[in-house]
Design a protein around this ligand. Sequence first.
Ligand code: BDR
Ligand code: CA
Length: 303
Amino acid sequence: TIKILMDTDPGIDDAAALTMAINDPNIDLKLITTVAGNVTVDKTTINALKIVRFFNQDIPVAAGAEQPLFKDFEDAARIHGASGMPGYEFPTDLPTPLHKTAVEALHDEIMASADPITLVPTGSYTNIALLFSEYPEVKSHIDRIVAMGGALGKGNMTSAAEFNVFTDPDAAAIVYKSGIPIVMVGLDITMKALLTHDSIQELPKISETGKMLHDIIINDGDNSDAGIAMHDVNTIFYLLHPEAIKTEDMWIDVVTDGPAIGETVGDIRGAYHDGKTNAKVSVDIDAAAFNKWFLEEVRAIKN
Ligand code: BDR
Ligand code: CA
């Protein structure tokens, strides 16, 4: 099994990513930390707890940063709704979050682990950047970071920037300079592997889990006739099926100000960084395989 910690801002696609990570037997999700992003951190924390409660798990949840390191916080409630996870009535008797911050919880979990750990951020990277500055010793205990965010091509917040990196570009710059191997799961593949409307219509026929996913996914403000992007779920798909995603090694720099703020600049020609690389960048995906896998994952969940 792959031991992971997820840092997340649920968020419709985050909720789907958590669903897969919680239930897939090949993944061992040890900790969920939350961050401000799609909505404020009090809401992303409640949403993470709702998913944990829905599956009757006791995976700990720790609340993290309320705002980016330096930049002003701007949410994405226009896409994910005021609550961040609209459309389904979750149980209201939620577990309580840990009495420690995301940074403390991440530090404790990483340092206590005997096995290599994969960090999976699906929101902005504020907590991770704070973790690295406060506890640099954790870095050598992290195997890799598989992060949703960024784009070589066009952004979804500005022409240049993807939302998670745009939200906290200074944090993203710290993470890309950390020296830890990073897999960039960006818009170049997530906008290709849309969950089709046919797949979405299948979901409620499968189970209550399928209905829950269906009911929240159809509220995603960013949809088209071709389907709905499940950005964050691609991180979990990559962990389980790396063969379905093509990556290229390159150096990623993050732009931290000016009109391209939040852009992830890939040194595609190897010219700027003399062929040195800091990331595996996802450049292509088998979209049909993603849809098939998504439904199979939901079918394999008991409730
Ligand atoms: C990213 O932005 C958020 O709105 C999604 O949850 C995803 O993490 C896509 O750009
Ligand atoms: Ca997210």
